[in-house]
Write a protein that binds this ligand. Sequence first.
Ligand SMILES: Cc1ncc(COP(=O)(O)O)c(C=O)c1O
Length: 380
Amino acid sequence: MIYFDNAATTYPKPKTVYQSVMAAMTEYGANPGRGSHAMAIEGARVIYETRELLAQLFNLDDPMRVIFTFNATDALNQAIKGVLNSGDHVVTTAMEHNSVLRPIKEIEKQGVENTIVQCASDGRVNVKDIEAAVKENTKLVATTHVSNLTGTIMPIEEIGQMCKRKNLLYLVDGSQSAGVLDIDMKKYNIDLLAMPGHKGLLGPQGTGVLLINCDSVIRQLKEGGTGSESSSMVQPDFYPDKLESGTHNLPGIAGLNAGIKYILNKGTKSIYSHEKKLIDLFINEIKKNPKIKIYGPEDIDYRCGVVPINIEGIDSSDVAYRLDTEYGIAVRPGLHCAPLAHKTIGTDKIGAVRFGVGPFNKKPEILAAAKALNEISANQ
Ligand SMILES: Cc1ncc(COP(=O)(O)O)c(C=O)c1O
């Protein structure tokens, strides 16, 4: 199988990720932080080390402000619902995933206002449009770093500067960029950074992270056991315990630990450069075919990881089915959990076939995919 569904979750993972998951289950599979025996202490050590690795990768001072979640959706819900109150206003963009749009729409019912800034047909956003949407009661700006539909890279550094100037909180959805592009929370003025552990960070599914680089009050969305202040019936008020109730996903976090070590060792520059070359090659191969429509920025410098396409006259599900059954190529067709992004690029009725590359894809796989698309378009 040639795997191009890396935007949904990366596959394969580095071998060390599988080994670390196995070791966490077989060698020290106790409940981390809940006992004082050697296995529980080892589990807690691995979890703390993973906080340190994440703080290092994203330039956050305090590893205790690294919050483990179940996925990016969980981290985004925590950030959005944790900081916004009735009467507040949030600005976001039309390129967001439903894990940003749906929580924002949900809290509209509780009196949190929102403005959704429109984007260009290649997914790019103008920072001036975001700034123009800011009102007196705006508390938060929430944008993705990279669109999961078009791969468009958003100008997060400029948006962060604007937020700092206007004293607004800035939440970045790093789901498609973490582990691939450089994200410096301090330099870019990012207050809250949410991401999955199972995409670019190369960890297992069931892992996600929220990094906190601000002192604003963040309400917890759930309460429970934390292994700390156990004589109290009240949720602890310190990080990470305030936002992490219940048993951790230790095998997942141990795998994530190995994924981040792989990235730190390789360097995001080298991972990004590899993926950029593959995408460039893919686009150059398929753009010669007039029946193939490619969405997203033409300039490769504004695109990361993802190329959505359609073949004239064939439904995206049929293209994906033929790629899978006739060529052994895995992609995702249809709608990609970003309804306004589809409207923005004009695919809300037809969907698109999404190719998402990862660090382990190779040039011959790209050439095979391009050849397969050309054959499918010729034999409809
Ligand atoms: C941009 C973006 N945000 C959020 C998510 C949600 O990630 P998860 O499935 O880990 O909750 C995704 C996943 O596809 C995504 O691409």
